[in-house]
Write a protein that binds this ligand. Structure first.
Ligand code: ACO
Length: 314
């Protein structure tokens, strides 16, 4: 099979909106500080009984309905997440059970914030190899479970949510070759500390410097692998960590004004592996990305790791 394409997308966010002013009643911070340093205005926080599986299944159900497929058509389900409490059965297996997907290979994939783009490449490779005709690729996180709500330097950044894509075998490749890798020597820069009560921790400035100095070259490489330059893109959806990182990447890639830049971090905060599919699905839903447009997906984070590819908007 020459390739796969995104047939449909879906996303889901919890109902509760947590504003910067709400956070200012919990820790010593302000709406002004958070907006100026991160661009974030709000984030969604799941209810205590709302699990990663609930978020993932809701997004996946929308993508499956959008693709007009029968659950039995899906041959592969993968959930990119680093906040799954359940280790076995996997979140993917639980989503398959909820959606009535009878016989797919189902597995979780943890590559931190780069998880969704990594999972998308793995699913694309599986379709190319003939191991599945249709795949469900999901990014889902309940970051609020691993947030230290007394630490103002991290609790203002994180949010919960999920995004999903259905990939279908296609004569025309709609998922470009992946540019991916890791720098394990800097693994301590982003981590979940304390195995029994995990909390998100990072070297914020080091991650910021890495993302803005070393990653633009990788983003260019992902475009080149698809036979494009950044100026040929119709849109760019990077990991939604911080608006200042997104703006710096856009500047360094010299993107012309017509390129649509995802800025979902403003309303959703950093949702780790969910951020790319969540932002992409919202752009498509709003009609901001024309069908057929080449879009660079580019994610990075814990590992340190990165993964990106040019996809064709559904
Ligand atoms: N409100 C008010 N003051 C704060 C807050 C807050 N929420 N948080 C920190 N401060 C204070 C600090 O205490 C410090 O005060 P001091 O100078 O008196 O010591 C001051 O603000 C500056 O702190 P810095 O940490 O230097 O602030 P910086 O400008 O670096 O911004 C930030 C921090 C937003 C975390 C930034 O470093 C960043 O975005 N880094 C990248 C993070 C990232 O992208 N991670 C993604 C990869 S991992 C993943 O996505 C899961």
């Amino acid at each position: 099979m020459p390739g796969s394409r995104i047939a449909a997308l879906g996303h889901h966010q919890p109902a509760r909106v947590l504003t910067n002013d709400d956070l200012a009643t919990m820790v010593d911070t302000s709406d002004e500080w958070i907006r100026r340093r991160t661009g974030i205005a709000t984030r969604r926080i799941a209810a205590p009984d709302e699990s990663v599986t609930d978020l993932a299944a809701a997004a996946a159900a929308k993508a499956l309905a959008g693709a007009g497929l029968d659950p039995a058509d899906i041959g592969l389900v993968t959930v990119a997440t680093c906040t799954a409490i359940d280790r076995c059965p996997s979140i993917a297996a639980q989503v398959a059970a909820r959606l009535g997907i009878p016989a797919a290979v189902a597995f979780d994939l943890n590559n931190g914030c780069a998880g969704f783009c990594t999972a998308l490449a793995v699913a694309d490779h599986s379709v190319r190899a003939g191991a599945a005709r249709h795949a469900l690729v999901i990014g889902a996180e309940k970051m609020s479970d691993v947030t230290d709500w007394t630490d103002r330097s991290t609790c203002v950044l994180l949010g919960d949510g999920a995004g999903a894509a259905v990939l279908s075998a296609s004569d025309e490749a709609g998922i470009g070759p992946v540019a991916w890798g890791s720098d394990p020597t800097r693994g301590d820069a982003v981590r979940l500390v304390d195995e029994w009560q995990p909390r998100f921790a990072q070297e914020g400035q080091a991650v910021f410097r890495w993302a803005t100095s070393e990653l633009p070259a990788v983003a260019r490489q992902a475009c080149a692998l698809a036979g494009l330059t950044p100026a040929d893109l119709g849109g760019i959806v990077t990991h939604q960590a911080n608006l200042r990182i997104i703006e710096a990447l856009v500047r360094q890639l010299d993107l012309p004004e017509h390129v649509v830049v995802a800025q979902d971090v403003v309303e959703s905060g950093n949702t780790s592996a969910a951020s790319v599919p969540l932002a992409l699905s919202k752009l498509v839903d709003r009609g901001d990305l024309p069908s057929g447009a080449p879009v660079l997906l580019f994610a990075f984070g814990g590992g340190l790791s990165w993964a990106g590819q040019v996809v064709t908007a559904p």
